[in-house]
Write a protein that binds this ligand. Structure first.
Ligand SMILES: Cc1ncc(COP(=O)(O)O)c(C=O)c1O
Length: 421
């Protein structure tokens, strides 16, 4: 019996999702299409196993295969990033960050992270998140004029607050992170430097973004963004912190690892070790630049004026306050999937932000290049400047459908899905 017969309700929703993914242009900066091999590992019998502990030190029997799988994932992660130690068990980025904080901080300790409204992540100390509730979080932001991270402010806050940890990393920031500048500040005050490279790990692997290795103390990456693996995360650190990181993951904050996901991480890491992956990372960047150029050429305002990573942040404030969400809805009506996002010093609220975040990892995987970016940029510019024009949205939706048919996603589907549309 397969899913189609046992649970037609869920099966038909999954078919609809295949269609949605096929017929829309995915510009969510944190999403991607994994390979069929990664999907196969994700859907494997390893999901049946319990394996609390670490290789050769498990609390359950029957872990010979799981041990071998996890060791392969660990070795590939270390090689890929040039790290001394890797923990491949974190369920996702947020629990991985919780484990890193647990390893280095006590409740009430101070750390410094990037402000959510300027490009940081919720787990970098936002007051509604565990990170802001458990620890004393101090946030750095960006320079008001350049909209780039103000390293003088980071240093000033570090000297003033004496944090135990400084976080470098981004969620919605279109420029490179100067990891060595963060390291210098951390060294100056004797703080741990934690690089959250979730968004940019694929770019680091492809050598199109500076790496925080080998100098940072600890780093974390989700595996499902530019790295193009299953949903999950990996923590990398110097050998001297290996024990405290491992203990913070298990038993500190997690139970049994998701062994099918560990296998899928190993598969994705092997793919990332191939020379093709470097070309992939280069193309992500070229596509983001092409998209940014098209938009600025059409008088669309971009945060920092452009990009040097995989994402572009559109600032809609020249058109009005809080227009991010209606613009994202208008774009989705035309088959272009994005997310509304705050812009630096947004006068509106995070729920009604004034910008849109777009990114090129998924469209690059799909095979799209400069000429497609020019088309997409033209469509986005037309829609966001005329958000209530339903006729325009319907017309562009037809063109989007045509483009999507030229770049089918069927090769990424397991089991081979029905070629849709
Ligand atoms: C920089 C950064 N850290 C952590 C996370 C959290 O990852 P997850 O959504 O897997 O919990 C994200 C996710 O967007 C992120 O961008």
């Amino acid at each position: 019996m397969n899913l189609e017969n046992t649970d037609p309700e869920i099966y038909s929703l999954m078919e609809k999702e295949i269609l949605r993914q096929q017929e829309t242009i995915n510009l969510i900066a944190s999403e991607n299409y994994v390979s069929r091999s990664v999907l196969e590992a994700t859907a494997s019998v390893l999901t049946n196993k319990y394996s609390e502990g670490y290789p050769q030190q498990r609390y359950y029997q029957g872990n010979e295969i799981v041990d071998a799988t996890e060791i392969i994932a660990i070795e590939r992660a270390k090689k890929l990033f040039g790290a001394e130690h890797a923990n491949v068990q974190p369920y996702s980025g947020s629990p991985a960050n919780a484990a890193v904080y647990m390893a280095f901080l006590n409740p009430g300790d101070t750390f410094i992270g990037f402000d959510l409204s300027c490009g940081g992540h919720l787990t970098h100390g936002h007051p509604v998140n565990f990170s802001g509730k458990t620890y004393r979080a101090v946030n750095y932001s960006v320079d008001k004029t350049t909209e780039k991270i103000d390293m003088d402010e980071v240093r000033r806050l570090a000297l003033e607050h004496g944090p135990k940890m400084i976080i470098s990393g981004l969620t919605a920031y279109p420029r490179q992170i100067d990891f060595s500048a963060f390291q210098k500040i951390a060294d100056e005050i004797g703080a741990i430097h934690f690089a959250d490279i979730s968004h940019i790990s694929g770019l680091i692997i492809g050598s199109v973004h500076p790496s925080p290795f080998p100098f940072c103390d600890v780093a974390m990456t989700t595996t499902h963004k530019t790295l193009r693996g299953p949903r999950g995360a990996i923590i990398l650190c110097q050998k001297k912190y290996a024990k405290q990181i491992d203990r913070a993951v298990f038993p500190g904050s997690q139970g049994g690892p998701h062994d099918h996901i560990t296998a899928a991480k190993a598969v994705a890491l092997k793919e990332a070790l191939s020379p093709d992956f470097k070309r992939y990372a280069e193309t992500i960047l070229a596509n983001a630049k092409a998209l940014a150029d098209e938009l600025t050429g059409r008088k669309i305002k971009l945060v920092t004026g452009g990009t040097d990573n995989h994402m572009v942040l559109i600032n809609l404030l020249p058109l009005g306050i809080g227009l991010g969400r209606p613009a994202a809805v208008a774009l989705e009506n035309a088959g272009i999937v994005t997310n509304a996002n705050t812009v630096p010093f947004d006068p509106s609220t995070p729920f009604k932000p004034s910008g849109i975040r777009i990114g090129t990892p998924a469209v690059t995987t799909r095979g799209m290049r400069d000429s497609e970016m020019a088309k997409i940029g033209r469509w986005i510019a037309a829609i966001v400047t005329d958000q209530n024009n339903l006729k325009l949205q319907a017309g562009i939706k037809d063109e989007v459908g045509q483009l999507c048919r030229e770049f089918p996603i069927t090769k990424y589907i397991f089991p081979p899905g029905r070629p849709s549309a």
